[in-house]
Design a protein around this ligand. Sequence first.
Ligand code: CS2
Ligand code: MN
Length: 358
Amino acid sequence: MNMTWRWYGEGNDNITLDHIRQIPGVMGIVWSLHDKVAGEVWEMERIQEVADQITSKGFSTAVVESVNVHDDIKIGLPSRDQYIDIYIDTIRKLAKVGVKVICYNFMPVFDWTRTELYKELPDGSNALFYEKAAITDDPRQMVDRILKGAGKFTMPGWEPERLARLDELFAAYADVTEDKLFDNLKYFLERIIPVCEESDIKMAIHPDDPAWPIFGLPRIVRSRETIRRILDAVSSPYNGLTFCTGSLGSNPENDLPAMIREFHDRIHFAHIRNVKVFENGDFIEVSHRGKDGSVDVPEIVRAYHENGYQGYVRPDHGRHLWGEEKNCRPGYGLYDRALGVMYLLGVWDSLSQGKGVK
Ligand code: CS2
Ligand code: MN
C-alpha cells in the first residue's frame, strides 16, 4: 500500500510538509485547492504552484481530495451541465501534474456530520463525536456548533457562505429522493468517466458519514448494496471508491473486511480509521488500534494485504492529543494520525514478513 497524508496547504494547515517528511513511510500528499468552492474554475497556475511545493519535498501529488461537486449537479438542475464542464476542465488540468485519483463525495448539503468536535475520551484526549439524540429537526443548531468549533480553520463541505443559505439549500433538495440522487450521480459519472479514462485519473467516491440519511436528506453511499449499485451503474474501473472505514463503520451492520474483499479492485483510496459505536448508536472516533474501537483495523489491513493492494491509503481523522486541539483543524491533528500511520504500516509489514510487499 502507498501511504499518504492529507495536507491542507501552505498557510492553511498548522502541519508543514517538513513535519510530514519525518513520519516514516509517507510517500504522497493528499491535497486540494481548499479555497475553491464547488463549481469554481481551478486555474492551472494555482494547481502547478501547490504541486511544485509538494514535489519539492519529495512527495507524490497523485491524490486530490476533494474536488467538490456543485449542489446543482446533485439536485439535477439544468445548470448542472455547465458545472460538469468545469469539473471536466479540472480533471484535465490535474492530469498534467500527475494526479491519479480524485476523492469526492455526493452527500447533499453537508460533508461528514458530528454533534461535538472535542468530546473527551477516558484517557484525557478528545475527538469528534456523534450523538444521535442531538440531531434534531433543525440543522441550524448543529451547523453553528460545528462552525464555532472549527474556529479559524476551514473545513471542506462546511463553507460558511454556503451554509448561510441553509434554508434555501434544503428547499432545493426537497424533491430529491434517494433514486433521484442516484440518477444524478449516474448522469455525472456518465459524463466525466470517459474524460477520466482519457486522462488516466480514477474517481473515488467517498461514503456518506454517518452511513444513514440525516435531516431527511437522502444518502446513497452507505452499504454494500448501495456501493455495488454505484459501481455497476458505470462499470469502468475509473468509477471507483474511497473506502472509508470510519464512515462505513458508523453502522455496525456493514461488514467492512467482507466489503474490501468484494470491492478491492475498485478501491483506489483507503481511508483507515477507527470508531467506537455505542449501543444507542452514538459513536466517537478513537485511536487506530483495533482494540480501542468497533472497527477491526488489523483485519481491514489483512483484507487489503491478501489482495495485494497497491492503492493509496491514509489515516483519516485522529483524536486531538497533548493539547493540540488549540491549534489544529478538528480531526486533523498531527499526533494521532502519525501514530495511525505507524500502526497501519506495522500491521502491513508484519503481514509481509520481511518479503518487502509494497
Ligand atoms: C474526509 C471527508 O474528513 C473526512 O472524513 O474523509 O470529509 C472527505 O474528504 C470528503 O467527504 C470527500 O469529498
Ligand atoms: Mn474518510
